[in-house]
Design a protein around this ligand. Structure first.
Ligand code: SIN
Length: 311
């Protein structure tokens, strides 16, 4: 029997597929739709200390090869999501979940994380170091000094399982430098990648989204090679105790298979989930299982990280 079950830290998941933060995760209703689908888990919309409206619309557009968005972190505030995941964890047979969060300043991030630390929530937290869409706020993880300092401060008081959502890196030296920082901390996982920041999509002579004069994060087919490279680069560099979550360009079981081959323990689905809805999990899971059956693989461990190179 082919199994797509997996683990992140000490947490078990019956299926390795789940949503990516930002898609189907704004409200309890959307999260419930993922929770009751074939997905193994859900991650909440990245929560800030206070609720946010986000950027003006239109701020998300599907394109032939994927999507562009500049949402600007619209969310219902940390209390909303923290209360929901805490309540869910006590229901019988609950799946394990991820709470995504980041502050609009380092102070806010600490306030939020201390709130989670002091709460009854026992699940995973994803600290989003990679939102490209808030005007005037650079992506934290592109500033290695700030990232190092923030993680040092966070792990001085935060003792629950925590991972980070990363932007794509594009240079081997940056993979080395980033991995050296992450290896200093007891991270449970890193999630590669958030959207490729600040792309531009044009229709006729005009940009397609309103915020930032049309600049926005790119997802979907465009980003798969970059996502795979980041998953594999970190798989090769990080301590084996740090799991990798692969995100970017997953529309089929073959795409999920490639993320796992590159080293991902869990695979997140963004653009195609937005386009197809939660039924996408049933289809992609079946496609992944079919590939595993054809190749004689019973579990993800049979091929995870076993990418082959040309000699
Ligand atoms: C957004 O809300 O702008 C997207 C979130 C992200 O890319 O981290």
């Amino acid at each position: 029997m082919v199994s797509t079950s997996t683990r992140i830290g000490s947490f078990h998941f019956d299926n390795c597929l789940m949503n990516a933060a930002g898609v189907y995760c704004f409200s309890k209703e959307e999260l419930e739709a993922i929770d009751t689908s074939a997905a193994g888990s859900f991650v909440t919309k990245t929560a800030t200390l206070e609720a946010r409206q986000g950027n003006p619309e239109p701020r998300y557009v599907d394109t032939d090869l994927g999507s562009i968005n500049s949402m600007g972190l619209p969310n219902l505030g940390i209390d909303y999501y923290l209360d929901y995941v805490t309540q869910l964890q006590d229901t019988p047979n609950s799946k394990n979940h991820f709470l995504s969060l980041v502050g609009m300043s380092p102070e806010d991030t600490h306030t939020i994380l201390k709130k989670v630390q002091d709460s009854a929530y026992k699940g995973l937290v994803e600290l989003n170091l990679s939102c490209p869409n808030v005007p005037g706020k650079p992506q934290i993880a592109y500033d290695f000094e700030t990232t190092d300092q923030l993680l040092a401060e966070v792990f001085s008081y935060y003792k629950k399982p925590l991972g980070v959502k990363l932007p794509p890196y594009f240079d081997i030296v940056h993979f080395d430098q980033a991995a050296a920082i992450f290896n200093k901390y007891p991270l449970t996982f890193v999630n590669c990648i958030n959207s490729i920041g600040n792309g531009l999509v044009i229709s006729d002579e005009t940009v397609v989204i309103k915020p930032k004069d049309g600049f926005g994060g790119i997802g979907g087919d465009y980003v798969k090679p970059t996502a795979l490279a980041n998953v594999h680069a970190f798989y090769k560099r990080l301590n084996p105790t740090i799991a990798i979550i692969g995100t970017g360009g997953v529309r089929t079981g073959r795409d999920a298979f490639e993320h796992i081959l590159c080293g991902a323990s869990m695979v997140q689905i963004g653009t195609i989930l937005h386009q197809e809805g939660p039924e996408a999990f049933t289809r992609i899971t079946k496609e992944l299982q079919d590939i595993m059956s054809e190749k004689g693989y019973q579990s993800l461990e049979d091929f995870r990280g076993k990418l082959q190179y040309l000699s």
